[in-house]
Design a protein around this ligand. Sequence first.
Ligand SMILES: Nc1nc2c(ncn2[C@@H]2O[C@H](COP(=O)(O)OP(=O)(O)OP(=O)(O)O)[C@@H](O)[C@H]2O)c(=O)[nH]1
Length: 444
Amino acid sequence: MIDMVLDGVRKALSRFLSGKGDYERAVKEFIRDLQKELIKADVNVRLVLELTKKIRERALEEEPPPGITRREWFINIVYEELSKFFGGDRKPDIKPKKKPWVMLLVGLQGSGKTTTAAKLAYYYKLEGYRVGLVTADTYRPAAYDQLKQLGEQIGVPVYGEPNNKDAVEIARRGVEYFVSRGFDIVIVDTAGRHHREEDLLKEMREIAENIKPDEVVLVIDAAIGQQAHNLAKKFHTATPIGSIIVTKLDGTAKGGGALSAVAVTGATIKFIGTGEKIDELEVFRPPRFVARILGIGDLEGLVEKVRRIKVEFTEKDVEEFLSGRLNMRLVYKQLVSLRKMGPLRKILQMIPGLSLKIPLEIEAGKAEEKIKKWLAIINSMTYEELDKPEIIDRRRTRRIAYGAGVKTEDVRELLKQYEMMKKLSKQLRKRKDLLKKLQLGFKP
Ligand SMILES: Nc1nc2c(ncn2[C@@H]2O[C@H](COP(=O)(O)OP(=O)(O)OP(=O)(O)O)[C@@H](O)[C@H]2O)c(=O)[nH]1
C-alpha cells in the first residue's frame, strides 16, 4: 500500500497534534522526526536540511489566521512545504493534446516498463480513448507474450513481431499500424535491457528519431531512491517532451527519496505505480500525495476516483456521503456499483486511518450472492424506511425479510452494515472539515 511511503511522518504529526506542551519544543521535535523519516526514505540529506529549515522559519514567524490554532497552522505549513518538495501544485497534463498521440516508454531493465505500458493503456481506455500497444522489446522474448497477455486482459490490441530483431523497425510499423486504423493513442514499449543510463538514452534517441513520438515516458523504479536524480536529470535535459512515471511505490521504503530526487530536477512525474495490478496506477499530484502522507485524507482524490470509474454515483451522492448524511438509497447505489467497480475498500483505503474499519467487506466469492440479497432487502423497504433506516424495528424487520424472501438475520446484518457506514461517513466529515480549514492558504 502506498501509505507505506513516509509512514512515520504521519505518526510524528499526530504526536505533534495531540501534544500539549510548549509549541516551539513540539515544532523542534516534529522537525527532528521528519528529518529522520526523510533520511530513512533515502531523501538526499542536503534537501532534507533545506526543507526543514524552511519549515522551522515559517513555523516561528507566521501567525495563524483567526479561528486556527498554531498547531493546526503548523500542519498547513508542513503540508505546503512538503507539497512543493514533491513537485509543487502544478497539475500534470494527462490529456493528449492531439490525436493520434504516440507515447514512447523507456526505462532501465526491470523498472516495470511493460506492466506500466499496459496500465497506461488501461487508464486511457477507461478515459474513453482508443488505445493500441506496440511491443518493441527484442531482447526479452517473453516480453511479447507478457504484453500480449496483458493486452487481452484489458481488451487493448497489441502489435508485435516476435521474430524480428530490429526494434526500430517494429516500433515504426507498429505505430503506422495503429495510426492508419484511426487509433487515438499508441503506446510503444521498448527493450530496456540497459544497466547504464547512457545506453538507455542512446536507444531512446534512435527510436525517437524514427517514430517521432509526441511524448517520451521514462519509467523509474522507486527502489533506486535518490539515485533517480541523475537519470531523471539527464532524461529531462535530453528530451523536452518527457514525462516520468515512478513505479513500485508500494514495495519500497525509498519511495520518498525517488520522488523528491525527480522533483528537484524539474521533470514532471505524471503517474505513480502503486501495485502489480493493472489498475494500480495513479495520477501524481503532490498536494494530494502529501495530504495522504500526513493523514489528512485524500478527499479530492477520492471524489475523482469515484467519478473516473464511472460508478453510478453523482457528485451529489459523494458529497452527501462525505458530509455524514447517509440513507438506504445511497447504500443501494453503493451496492449496485460494488458489482462494477473494484471494491469500495480500495477507494476508502486512500483515506488513512480508516482502512481498518471498512464495512461492506465481503468475503471473496460470496460477494455476488450477498449483494443480491441486500438489494432485495432494500427493495422491500418503504420510502420512509429508505430515508430513515433508524425507524426499522423488529416488526418492520420481519415484514421486510418476508417481502425480500430472506431471513430476519439478513436484514439485521444489512442494518448493521448501514450503521457502520454511517459512522464512517461521519468520520469522513470530520476530516473534510480539517482539510478545508488547512487549505485556507493553499490550493491543491
Ligand atoms: N509492486 C509493484 N510491482 C510492480 C509495479 N510495476 C511493475 N511491477 C512489477 O515489476 C516487475 C517487472 O515489471 P516488467 O513490466 O516486466 O518490467 P520491465 O521494465 O518491462 O522489464 P524488462 O523488460 O526486463 O526491462 C513485474 O513483476 C511487475 O509486476 C508496481 O507499481 N508495484
